[in-house]
Ligand binder design. Sequence first.
Ligand SMILES: [Zn+2]
Ligand SMILES: [Zn+2]
Length: 151
Amino acid sequence: MSTCDLQSALSEIETICQQKAIQLTPIRKLAFSLLFSAPNGLKAYELLDKIKLQKSSATPPTAYRALDFLLEHGFAHKICKLNTFVACKHLCHHADTPSFLLICPRCQHVTEYDNDSVNHSLLDALAASGFRLMEKEIEITATCPNCIAQE
Ligand SMILES: [Zn+2]
Ligand SMILES: [Zn+2]
């Protein structure tokens, strides 16, 4: 499932949190909204700055705990290559399904590539070789269609 606007993404997250009986506090919700609205993701300190603009009482630990919560539940992803965080655009990860994050080396745009058949063939191929995937986020450097169009 792909969610393109913030309101529907937020209501989806609220439903997931209710189902899992986890709490979506205002600061967690705010952190998700800020990440969702940043197309190229945010570095942790950029997220903190934006949180402070709206919640001046926020301290770094509260902001980072909100970020940890989003990562833990698959509502956000860490992009190690860029050291940024992005909101999850699919919100339907199962614990055992990886997400592919395509990172454009030119515009740094991150696209979440959701393709069940790729997911399953990777997991099946690894399992057939006796491996178990331990990474939930797989980062792939790939030039995006916009940048290719400008070549
Ligand atoms: Zn995701
Ligand atoms: Zn690009």
